[in-house]
Design a binder for this molecule. Sequence first.
Ligand code: CP
Length: 316
Amino acid sequence: MRLFSSVKDVTDINALVAEGLALKKNPYAHQHLGKNKTLGLVFLNPSLRTRMSTQKAALNLGMNVMVLNVDKEGWALELRDNVVMNGTTVEHIREAAAVMGQYVDILGVRSFPGLKNREEDYTEVIFNKFVEFCGVPVVSLESATRHPLQSLADLISIEELKTRPRPKVVLTWAPHIKPLPQAVPNSFSEWMCKAEVDFVITHPAGYELSPDFTTGATITHNQNEAIADADFIYVKNWSAFEPYGQIFGDNKDWMLTNDRLKTTNNAKVMHCLPVRRDLELSSEILDGPSSIVVHEAGNRVWAAQAVLKQMLEQLQ
Ligand code: CP
């Protein structure tokens, strides 16, 4: 694997999940793979889980790790071609990414969408420039439209905790105070559509995701109907795909409470984190037995380690 940016880069998702679970049982079995190899992690946006779990995964594999918060610590990057750089940008991404590729064997990149220009975001302009110019294998640490390490960790969590062979998994929109990207729900949806689950998406009218990510899912505006008999409920806010990046009203009644879980199959509640308590998801759920959000975040290590292991095997 030279690129991990989407479920489409994975030849066998069941094998990758099994690899993650095997690594969880035996984290240090493959330290020879990472000896004298360096992972670079480049963040254009903030992170807690992705930063720490991917570092931990690389260390478990015997790699060295370098982290650059390019938004705060690097030179201001010019992303456009054919511009005279007489403004605030100091270094072009062509040179910056190419130089990073001189120092590392695998590069991880986080680059969120601007949520202003859908064409720009959905063609992954920034992430793809890193891929084009760095010259080494690249792992997405969340791009404008996808968060594949999160989705893999989510699928690992579902596989680990499911109580029936084909669980019902529901992705539900949740309230928020500001427009958020569609990357997590897009990605979760495209992974679930390939997994052995019954997958339902529920959201208020107007928050339809791009059909490029949801083919195969059942989609409804009725949250109560969606979550009935659910085994897993994945809670996430996102802004509209059309009109792009917009939000409409507060939809406070979409926040899940324990009472709303009564019709589920003892559902486990998931969220990628960070989560705004009592806005997106109730404290009573987060602090109660239904929540698996911390377990899910823990599995980020094994997701990252499974992907890095496959990349390192190809570098040997
Ligand atoms: N879920 C997730 O990616 O968390 P961070 O943004 O903190 O990395």
